[in-house]
Each structure stands twice: as C-alpha cells, then as structure tokens.
Design a protein around this ligand. Structure first.
Ligand code: FMN
Length: 150
C-alpha cells in the first residue's frame, strides 16, 4: 500500500472545541452526478466519531507548503483533538466542518452513505461546497515519505 502514490488530505468534522481531523490519503472521487467522493477512516480514531456524529466532513487537499499541517493531523506533532487546528487558518464553508484557508482545494460534504470495512468506515460524501485555493504544487505521499511534484 505504501507504493500507492496518494494526494495528502486532511479530513475534518465538527467545530470549535469539538472539531477533529486526520491526515488521510484514502480519498477517492466516485461520481460527478451527484458530485460524490469517498473517504476511508479508521474507526479507532477521534476524527471518526466526529465525522459520524456530525454527518458531514470537509476534505482539504494539501499543498506542498501545508506539510506541517499534514504532520500535525497525523499525530506526529503531539497535538490531539481540537489542538490540531492551532497554528493554521481554518474556517467553515457550508456544513461547519473546518476548511483550511491555503489548501489547494477544500471540498465540503454531507454523508450520503457509510459502509463498515474491517478496521475502517468508508464514508460516501455528497459535495455541497468547493473552495479553490491558490494554484500551487500538491503534497504527495509515496514510499513512507512526503514528495513534491514541483
Ligand atoms: C500519509 C498518511 C496517510 C494516512 N491516511 C489515512 C487514511 O486514509 N485513513 C485513516 O484512517 N488514517 C490515515 N492515516 C493515519 C491518521 O492520520 C492518524 O492515525 C491520525 O492520528 C488519526 O487522528 P485521530 O485519532 O485524531 O482521528 C494516515 C497517516 C499518514 C501520515
């Protein structure tokens, strides 16, 4: 799986003190009509409960310069829960889930369906809002490391 090159995202849900998020590469476009994507989230994580409880999530596709954000939301900087949102510019779009101000793009979704799959839940999200950030190189993950396409 480590050799499957992936776009690095942060998936968020909730707001204020209840906001949670995780770094994730298991994100996939599903359909254009209706606009739908899916995310695969480990059921043991805090963010899983926030996504399920809120019935909504925001997928923030990261730029190369967002690498510290990726580390933080993967739990590598020691931050937990809503502390992960400190130090970057987050604000809601439509569902209330936090969107990152300088992400490549933020995609705000409401949950259409959830499927349990072993350790993970696959959440299908209907896209309600999209915010494009500045044009910049993406953050990519391959072979256990972040990579740049620049
Ligand atoms: C590059 C990368 C990709 C990841 N992709 C996923 C993923 O697709 N789904 C998932 O559940 N966890 C994924 N993780 C792990 C979560 O980011 C990590 O377990 C995080 O601490 C969960 O946060 P939480 O406990 O607050 O929910 C990934 C981690 C990294 C570094």
């Amino acid at each position: 799986m480590g050799l499957l090159t992936g776009a690095v995202t942060v998936i968020t849900a909730g707001h204020g003190e209840t906001a949670r998020g995780l770094t994730a590469t298991a994100v996939c476009s599903v359909s254009i009509a209706p606009p739908t994507l899916l995310v695969c989230v480990n059921r043991n994580g805090e963010a899983h409960h926030a996504i399920a409880d809120n019935g909504a999530f925001c997928v923030n596709i990261l730029a190369e310069q967002n690498r510290p954000v990726a580390d933080r939301f993967a739990g590598r900087a020691g931050a937990k829960g809503s502390e992960k949102f400190l130090g970057a510019d987050w604000g809601p779009l439509v569902t209330g889930a936090p969107a990152l101000g300088d992400a490549l793009v933020s995609i705000d979704c409401t949950i259409a369906e959830s499927v349990e799959a072993y350790t993970h839940t696959v959440f299908f999200g209907t896209v309600l809002a999209v915010r494009l950030g500045p044009s910049q190189p993406p953050l990519v993950h391959f072979d256990r490391a972040y990579r740049s396409l620049a």
